[in-house]
Design a binder for this molecule. Structure first.
Ligand SMILES: [Zn+2]
Length: 326
């Protein structure tokens, strides 16, 4: 993904709107809060951060999951099998997509559904491909080779896999879909269309006829040390109620500190392609108000050493809390 810095001025002006949607407990929230007290404990006990960490490590073991590489294919097969193991009905969506530099990417979106007969659907998504170049690395000599993508790619997928595992264990009856999406990170700066190619294809060619989730939550870079998840601009514009509900769940799960009630940035990422076709979607993405994306972003420091279980836990528990209480 990349950042749309041109929107930064807008954020300052809109800060109050975001903060008011994420106020302190009480008022009209209080009934829902007390009703959800039991499920707070439940979500805390459910999500296993060690398991999510292992899911991150397993993806890194394949090597960089750059489209058209053997590591990418091996990871794709393993991810599909893992979703099936957690009870999902899995559809593989193959597409040859032309990247900005003319390369044809043999992309495979992995789409899994649990309780497919449930009418209302929640879509959870994360990209599993990794960027072919660590082009933000401080060492120019290293910028042409790919990083491990432990955070940018593997972490979001890991939280989704662990969530799927826990929902199966809990016998969850709601309609939840998982999209492990391809060809997100092959983009070029200042070229919006070059990113999120897998999700664009998915949104325009639903693998299940008439597929239209009520809500979608994108997880991106959710495993970094000291990560924080302020509101993302386009998420707030397109789906303020969903963003409020997620942040409420995060507070109930005890993670208000990771989800500050401020704007972060506007990001070109997979959620934009869902918003374009009318699906309310939010991006939960690490963004530091002072410095921007996680310091490991698109560098060789995006490796397992810089993955923090407490971050995976904060996002995973918040997500499970959201699923349980919505
Ligand atoms: Zn990226």
């Amino acid at each position: 993904m990349c950042e749309k810095t041109c929107y930064l001025l807008l954020f300052a002006a809109s800060l109050a709107a975001c903060a008011s949607g994420a106020g302190t407990r009480g008022g009209s929230d209080s009934a829902a809060d007390s009703a959800a007290e039991d499920s707070v404990m439940e979500s805390r006990q459910l999500f296993d951060a060690d398991s999510a960490y292992s899911y991150t490590a397993r993806q890194v073991e394949f090597g960089p999951r750059v489209p058209n590489s053997a590591a990418h294919t091996a990871a794709q097969k393993w991810l599909a099998a893992e979703l099936k193991r957690h009870g999902a009905v899995v559809t593989l969506q193959e597409a040859d997509l032309k990247a900005f530099d003319g390369t044809i990417l043999h992309a495979v979106n992995i789409f899994g559904q649990i309780n497919p007969d449930a009418e209302e659907r929640l879509l959870l998504l994360a990209h599993y491909d990794t960027r072919p170049w660590a082009d933000e690395d401080p060492d120019p000599a290293l910028r042409r080779s790919p990083a491990d993508g432990a955070n940018d790619g593997a972490s979001g997928v890991a939280v989704i896999l662990e969530t799927a595992r826990q929902l199966k264990k809990a016998g969850f009856k709601g309609g939840v879909d998982f999209l492990l999406v391809d060809a997100e990170d092959y983009g070029q700066e200042s070229n919006d269309e070059s990113w999120a190619m897998g999700t664009r294809y998915f949104a325009q060619n639903p693998p299940v006829a008439g597929y239209r989730p009520a809500r979608a939550i994108l997880l991106d870079m959710v495993g970094g040390k000291d990560a924080v998840f302020p509101a993302e601009y386009f998420s707030r514009q397109a789906a303020p109620e969903l963003d409020d509900a997620f942040r409420r769940a995060a507070r109930k799960a005890g993670h208000a500190d990771r989800f500050p009630a401020v704007y972060g940035s506007g990001v070109t990422d997979d959620h934009i392609e869902l918003i374009k076709v009318g699906i309310p979607a939010i991006d939960i993405i690490d963004y530091r108000p002072e410095t921007g994306f996680a310091p490991t972003w698109h560098t060789h420091a995006d490796n397992l050493e810089n993955i923090d279980r407490t971050t995976l836990r904060a996002v995973g528990e918040s997500l499970l809390q959201f699923i349980i209480s919505n």
